[in-house]
Design a protein around this ligand. Structure first.
Ligand SMILES: [Fe+2]
Length: 263
């Protein structure tokens, strides 16, 4: 498996507090079958957007610690960026904030409360520039918990979605869990990732999340845990949601009905 969303870099944001935690997180996910982890530390504002190649160097430093300590994980660079129009300027200036610095995909943070006003316009500009936005954990946000329909205009345009492993496991409550599983049952999401901030007390979260998906087509589960992340790693095209799937009503799907009732 390949994890496109983590806060594994030590002393950088609200993730790993020190090298020991980073090593523990890497070791834990490797034991669960993950081979590559993107280090996507938060970028909350325009000042932080100026972060340059020192970030890439920090990831390389952590990689050498992993290699030295026998942690079988390859790290890739990235960021989880709050949606702001200044992103375009940073991308054009060559700031390494896209996933793997491939200038093909960018992970956009979604605040849990209000839907970001900039999201639509920013997505349009990014797509026009050949960079596909990936929405981080939409299932955790209040607007998406209200209705999945808010995602449709973005998905129609080619924006991608990433569901958190923790959501599938119930870490953020029943509504996030329900919406996370719905996004996968509808095949509206292209990725499951950990968004890990610290080592888990229950073992590798990506593996445990994958274990909850036995009712989904195995081929789709492989796409969202390995194939699509691999495409991101290689800077390749990730297939967008199939257009006719967007017309599906989640509440009326048989699988969803069985799993979560009709609400
Ligand atoms: Fe995150």
């Amino acid at each position: 498996m390949i994890d496109i969303h983590s806060h594994i870099l030590p002393e950088t944001d609200d993730g790993a507090v020190n090298l020991e935690e980073s090593l523990a997180m890497g070791r834990q996910e490797a034991e669960g079958g993950t081979t590559v982890v993107f280090a996507t530390s938060h970028i909350y504002n325009a000042t932080e957007l100026k972060r340059g190649y020192e970030y890439v160097e920090k990831v390389a430093e952590l990689q050498s610690q992993f290699d030295k300590e026998g942690v079988a994980i390859k790290l890739a660079t990235g960021a989880e960026v709050f949606p702001m129009m200044e992103i375009m300027e940073a991308v054009n200036a060559g700031v390494p904030i896209t996933l793997g610095d491939k200038k093909k995909h960018i992970l956009l943070d979604l605040p849990l409360g209000q839907w970001p006003m900039t999201l639509s316009g920013l997505s349009f500009e990014l797509l026009a520039a050949g960079i596909t936005p990936i929405l981080a954990h939409p299932e955790r946000t209040m607007p998406v918990q209200g209705s999945l329909d808010i995602l449709k205009p973005l998905l129609e345009r080619g924006v991608l979605c990433q569901v958190n492993a923790g959501s599938l496991l119930g870490k953020y409550g029943p509504q996030a869990q329900k919406r996370g599983h719905q996004l996968l049952a509808l095949q509206w999401a292209q990725f499951v990732a950990t968004d890990m901030h610290h080592p888990s007390s229950n073992g590798a979260s990506l593996k445990r999340a994958k274990d909850t998906l036995s009712e989904l087509p195995p081929r789709y589960v492989e796409e969202i845990t390995l194939k699509n992340p691999e495409r991101v790693l290689n800077g390749a095209y990730v297939p967008t949601v199939e257009y006719d799937r967007l017309d599906a009503k989640p509440e009326k799907k048989g699988l969803i009905g069985r799993l979560f009732g009709r609400k």
